[in-house]
Design a protein around this ligand. Structure first.
Ligand SMILES: [Zn+2]
Length: 281
């Protein structure tokens, strides 16, 4: 099976679904990551910290966009390797990207048509629209590209259609534990990343220039993946909502549902202390 992730910024793939990808890669699935922007302007922590020093290192403080982007790409390459992303495709668009563009939809559709993934993972299209509009644009571009790749006709385009079987959205900012709370707006599927939480941490530690390494990574995983884990009944989880309806032959019950024991949930939930088990480098 092949999974294609489509995200706006270099670190988005790892923070949103890095644990899930690590588990799929370990299970032998092929993981391809498509990243639309170079992320040269967002999270400029490394450079801002240097400017603010009394005697800044000019090589860092005076870095131009090419240097910043190259540095970020190095971090992304190392993180992708740790997680098991086999193919990393970066379009290097400017990260001020604020609107959908036909030519970008075409580019993304071409990647989908070439890679032919069964699964696509991307951000929920209405995740923080005000503060992170580029995420919304990236997902709207991905959805338009999925539509475009699905209408390729062999006689007109020289290649047949690509039908992606499911799209999983990340970043729905709610973790309710049932289908009634909040009128049903929720993540409705969780992947237990407890077995690979150390892998996700190591990958996040790569994004040092944007302040994601060390304690920040541990805090984020404890709070965000910990909260999703609470909703999922495990120590750490990544959360998804599905684009397409799911059809089964029989009513489904997952292995996790069969294993679940409400009386020992607190033990399962607190099994790993990430700061003690994976101290910051
Ligand atoms: Zn982002």
């Amino acid at each position: 099976m092949k999974i294609l992730t489509i995200y706006a910024h270099p670190a988005d793939t790892i923070t949103n679904c890095g644990g899930t990808l690590a588990r799929h890669a370990a299970a032998g699935d092929e993981v391809v990551a498509l990243i639309l922007t170079h992320g040269g302007r967002i999270h400029a922590n490394r450079y801002a910290e240097e400017w603010r020093k009394d005697a800044p290192d000019e090589a860092v403080a005076g870095a131009d966009l090419d240097e910043i982007v190259a540095h970020k790409k190095g971090e992304l390459d190392r993180a992708a390797e740790i997680v098991g992303i086999r193919n990393l495709i970066t379009l290097d668009l400017d990260d001020t990207m604020a609107v959908m563009r036909e030519e970008v939809v075409d580019e993304v559709a071409a990647v989908i048509a070439r890679e032919r993934p069964e699964i696509v993972i991307c951000d929920y299209p209405q995740n923080p629209v005000m503060t992170a509009n580029t995420h919304t644009v990236a997902t709207m571009t991905a959805l338009a590209a999925l539509g475009r790749a699905a209408t390729h006709l062999k006689n007109l385009d020289g290649r047949a259609e690509t039908n992606v079987r499911q799209v999983f959205f990340t970043s729905v900012p709610v973790a309710v534990t049932d289908g009634l709370s909040l009128y049903g707006v929720r993540n409705d599927l969780f992947v237990d990343i407890t077995p690979v939480v150390g892998t996700k941490l190591a990958a996040m530690d790569c994004f040092e220039s944007q302040g994601y390494a060390g304690l920040f990574a541990r805090k984020l995983i404890e709070s965000s993946n910990g909260e999703f884990g609470r909703a999922a009944g495990v120590n750490f989880a990544e959360a998804y909502s599905r684009l397409y309806n799911e059809t089964h032959d029989l009513l489904p019950l997952t292995e996790a549902a069969l294993r679940a024991d409400p009386l020992t949930r607190h033990v399962e939930y607190s099994r790993i202390d990430v700061r003690a088990s994976f101290p910051p480098p």
